[in-house]
Design a protein around this ligand. Structure first.
Ligand code: KG4
Ligand code: ZN
Length: 338
């Protein structure tokens, strides 16, 4: 069965195509992404109107490219992200999905973006046992419990303020590192001392929610530190600030992920989302998983950022699990939870 997935929840227009075999194996046939990230750079963050317009321009050519790459005229099912995400951006993908599903007379599956970030790992690492998933990107920070990709996923915790990637971008801006700042901050941190500045670890006190996150405190602490340097006429130690900030975020993320694995007696941790490209988040997760005897699964960076093939892959698992399709009147759900 050929399954096509459309993703348009943020600034990436993605169309992916997978083959779902009778034994449940899912194989990637196409993964086409058009990003509007450069159009947002001068604003220092994603501008919803700009993203929606870029999706409108990109959706048809991206669909065409994906079908050409996969060598198929029409799929057997169309899947689409209905949320969470930017309302106008989601509308473009969902409208396109409905139009194509109706024109091709194939079923439509309305899917959750977060489930896609988890499911995409099966393309690289095969069937997924019950696991904890940690999703970190510019738009989300979620700790999830996954028993079966074909069934609803449970949320253990999320951020009460900024997403982790958003905090990276904001701190990178404070340090004049450009946009999107995550990769630049990661690079700057390489020359810094992660123990130079003791930035706070948000929501890690004994009375704090066990699985929720907060990154506004560490972001404010960085802002205060930078202000203090400027006021004193001292140069900002960019590498040390970057390394110390990154250490705080990686520490909190992996601490809570390991805690969830231990509490739930789960021995597999899956990472997903664009910020899992961060070198320290990866290395700390590797160290802590190795110490705890937990298997760590991280898809390659290309699959961690937003794309259509993650939606096609989730769709394949949902279809294999026997979930009925959606109707053509299904609506977008920008605030959708898992
Ligand atoms: O998944 P993604 O491509 O889009 C969203 O759904 O947000 O993630 C992009 C986010 C941005 O905030 C970016 O700064 C962050 O992931 N990011 C990183 C790194 N690479 C990307 N953050 C920290 N370190 C990195 N190496
Ligand atoms: Zn995402």
């Amino acid at each position: 069965m050929i399954v096509l997935g459309i993703e348009s929840s943020c600034d990436e227009t993605g169309v992916g195509i997978v083959d779902l075999a009778d034994d449940g194996t899912v194989t990637m046939l196409a993964d086409e992404v058009a990003s509007s990230v450069n159009e947002h750079a001068r604003f220092g963050g994603v501008v919803p109107e700009v993203a929606s317009r870029a999706h409108l321009e990109a959706i048809v050519p991206t669909m065409r490219r994906a079908r050409e790459t996969a060598g198929i005229d029409r799929p057997d099912a169309v899947c689409v992200t209905i949320g969470p995400g930017l309302a106008g951006a989601l509308l473009v993908g969902v409208s396109a999905a409905k139009a194509y599903a109706a024109a091709w007379d194939v079923p439509l599956y309305a899917l959750n973006h977060l489930g896609g970030h988890v499911a995409v790992d099966t393309l690289e690492h095969g069937p997924m046992p019950p696991c904890v998933a940690l999703l970190v990107s510019g738009g989300h920070t979620h700790l999830l419990r996954v028993d079966d990709l074909g069934s609803p996923i449970g949320e253990l915790g999320t951020t009460v303020d900024d997403a982790a990637g958003e905090a990276f971008d904001k701190v990178a801006r404070l340090l004049d590192l450009g946009y999107p700042g995550g990769p630049a901050l990661d690079a700057a941190a390489r020359d810094g001392d992660p123990t130079a500045i003791a930035f706070p670890r948000g929501m890690t006190g004994p009375r704090d929610a066990r699985y929720d996150f907060s990154f506004s405190g560490v972001k404010t602490a960085v802002a205060r530190f930078v202000e203090k340097c400027v006021r004193a006429g001292d140069p900002v130690p960019v590498a040390d600030v970057a390394a110390s900030f990154q250490e705080s975020v990686a520490d909190v993320l992996t601490l809570k992920a390991m805690r969830a694995c231990e509490d739930l007696d789960v021995d597999t941790l899956v990472l997903g989302g664009g910020a899992t490209a961060n070198s320290r988040i990866r290395s700390m997760a590797e160290e802590r998983c190795a110490a705890a005897g937990v298997t760590l699964r991280i898809p390659r960076p290309r699959l961690c950022t937003d794309n259509g093939v993650m939606i096609a892959t989730l769709g394949a698992h949902v279809i294999a699990g026997g979930t009925p399709p959606s109707t053509l009147s299904v609506a977008t759900d920008p605030g959708m939870s898992v």
